[in-house]
Every structure is written in C-alpha cells, then in structure tokens.
Design a protein around this ligand. Structure first.
Ligand code: GLA
Length: 352
C-alpha cells in the first residue's frame, strides 16, 4: 500500500520530430496539479481546483510543435544561460567563445539549441517517500556551441503547502563553462484574458539599463519614481499604462534583486479578483519581467484561453542570475568549473 501523499503519473503527450513527448504529473493533497512535458522540460500545468472545475495558472500549448513555432518560450526550461549575450561572444577565463546566435547577432536563452529545444529523459523518482519528476539531459558543447559538456538534471517537487520547487543540478563534465538556467513561466492567475488587473511586488531597488538591442550596458537604474517601482504591491495594469509611450509598450526588463531578498521571496504576483497569488523564491540576483507585449493571434494558440493571442495575456517571471554576467564583474558568478556541480532552485508558492 502506498503511503505517498503526492500522486504521480505519466502519459504519452504527442509525437515531435519523430520522438515521443511524455507528460509527467504530480498532484498534492489539496488537488493542486503540476505537470511537465519532456520537450524543454516545460512546465505545462500548475492547476488549482475552483468552484467550477480547475484553472491552470500558467500558459501552455496543446501540441509540442506549437512551442518552437514562435519566439516566446512559453513556460519552457531555459539554459545554459537565460537572457541575452552580446554578439554571441562569451567572455570566459580570458578567452572569448563565439556562440550560436538566434536573435540577429545576439545569443538569447541559450541559443538556437538551448535547453528548451531538447527532449529531456524524464522519470518519476521517489525521494524521501514522495514522488518527484526528474528530467535529465547532457547538453553537449558540440550541440549548443558553449564550452564543454554539461550534465543537467531538472527536478520538480510539489509540496502539500502548494509549493512547486524547481531544482537545477549541473555538472561541468570536462571544461569550465557557464550555467544560468531559468524557467520562462508565464502566469495568468485570474479568470480574465489578460494580467492587467494583477498586482506585482518585486524586492528590487534597481533594474538594468539596456541598449537598443536590449543588451545590458552594465549600469543599474534606480526604480524610485519610475514605472519600474514595484517595491510596494503595485497594479501591473497601471504600470503597463505608464509604459505606453515606450517602444515596448510594457515590460521586458531585468530587475536586480536586493541582496537581502535572495534565497527568500523575491517577488509576488496576485490577482485581487480571485484572491490567488504566487510568490517566487530564488537563490539568484535577477528577475526578468516580460508582460507579453508582443503576443499576437498569428503566433499564438493558447489552450488556457481557448486560442486567443493578445498582448498582456500572461506575465513571464524569469528568476535567474543577471544575464551576460561574465562580461560585467558586478553581475554575479555564473561560472561552473570543470568537474564542479552547481545547484539552483526556483520555488513557486501558490495561495488560492
Ligand atoms: C525574454 C526576453 C524577451 C523575449 C522573451 C521571449 O523575456 O527578455 O525579450 O525574448 O524572453 O519571447
């Protein structure tokens, strides 16, 4: 007789590039379900019971093929490095490595063969008496152009206090390399088609200055007296309204998490209408906020909202180290030495 309080299952999802894509699920005692598909180790579902059925709090697609058919990385696992690397040139140990590029001259989110494009080996693994979802993949330098091979495991753990714990474990197999993974999770916590009525709080005094390719200049800008000030709980819709005069018409920005918030709650998103919230815990110094400003119907076919594709349909909150960190000495350390193992964790705690 099983004494697990978390229930686990796996099922065929679909075929993609002649491979079977598998969906793995965990359900806790409160009937909260998390599921993930092996393409990109993608977070497919974070659903809660409601009076009328269930609501998925994250955006997803019905088919694997949809995920890579647009530039939006919908709720996918991202690596080796989240964010943009200037000119695809990675400075490391006094050398410069030319990476593959996928946004003009820029390497974005690990490049064209990053974690999100890989089909991961998934399995349900019991740990401390409870099932977890574990995805494994060896990311080869010959495949993605980064120095060295990286052995990576991504673990999904669901607790009975409604926390999804995402752990990344990586070992540099043969060369020094970089490791700055994230999840590109788009939340929409409410029952509306957009997140304009959501509130957001971020423990950040500063955000990054960008150039015209959204590349960090190395300068930090104070959030005070700007639409970037989320230090107190703030209406996301009002803040987006204040950004309408910018070319982005919303947020696609990187916040520098305050030192005292790291390994604690870095940000909280809430929907006052339904009283649902998610708080994010991360052990790193950055948070990307992308309010899906450029979503269009042509690109999108979201199962959550019956196939609409509109700006502000979700907000991606990407907890990571500040990007391109080997270029700027005050951005933090993303280097992983040959033979070394590094572990990072992102937690989403949901209340409803
Ligand atoms: C991140 C980037 C955005 C965009 C999205 C994916 O959020 O900062 O510019 O590329 O990923 O569409």
């Amino acid at each position: 007789m099983s004494t697990n309080s978390i229930k686990a299952s796996s099922t065929f999802f679909d075929r993609f590039n002649n491979q079977d894509i598998v969906k793995f699920s965990l359900t806790n005692q409160n009937n909260v379900t998390v599921s993930a598909i092996s393409l990109g180790a993608t977070l497919y579902e974070f659903s809660i019971p409601t009076n009328t059925g269930r609501t998925n709090l994250v955006l997803n697609y019905p088919n694997s093929g949809d995920y890579l058919a647009n530039p939006f990385y919908v709720s996918m696992g991202i690596g080796r490095t989240g964010g943009r690397i200037k000119d695809g040139q990675l400075p490391l140990n006094g050398q410069t490595y030319q990476l593959q590029t996928n946004e003009g001259t820029t390497t974005l989110h690990g490049g064209p063969n990053g974690f999100n494009t890989q089909v991961w080996d998934g399995e349900i693994v019991e740990e401390d008496g409870e099932p977890t979802i574990q995805f494994h993949h060896t990311q080869l330098g010959s495949e993605d152009g980064f120095p060295g091979d990286l052995d990576v495991t991504i673990i999904y753990r669901l607790t009975n206090d409604n926390t999804l714990k995402l752990t990344f474990e990586a070992t540099a197999l043969n060369q020094d390399t970089v490791f700055n993974p994230t999840y590109h999770t788009y939340f929409n916590l409410g029952d509306n088609d957009t997140i304009l009525k959501h509130n957001l709080q971020i423990n950040a005094e500063q955000h990054l200055e960008f150039d015209d390719k959204k590349l960090p200049t190395g300068n930090f800008l104070a959030v005070e007296n700007t639409p970037f000030d989320f230090r107190q709980t703030t209406s996301l819709g009002n803040a987006i309204q204040d950004m309408q005069s910018t070319s982005e018409k919303g947020f696609d920005d990187i916040f520098k998490i305050n030192d005292d918030a790291i390994s604690n709650t870095i940000a909280t998103l809430q929907d006052p209408e339904t009283n649902r919230s998610v708080s994010i815990n991360s052990d790193r110094n950055g948070l990307v906020v992308f309010t899906a400003n450029s979503f269009t119907k042509e690109d999108m076919n979201f199962s959550r909202t019956n196939g609409i594709g509109i700006p502000y349909e979700g907000v991606a909150l990407e907890a990571q180290n500040l990007p391109d960190a080997t270029r700027f000495n005050n951005f933090g350390n993303i280097i992983i030495k040959a033979g070394e193992t590094k572990v990072h964790e992102i937690d989403y705690h949901v209340e409803f």
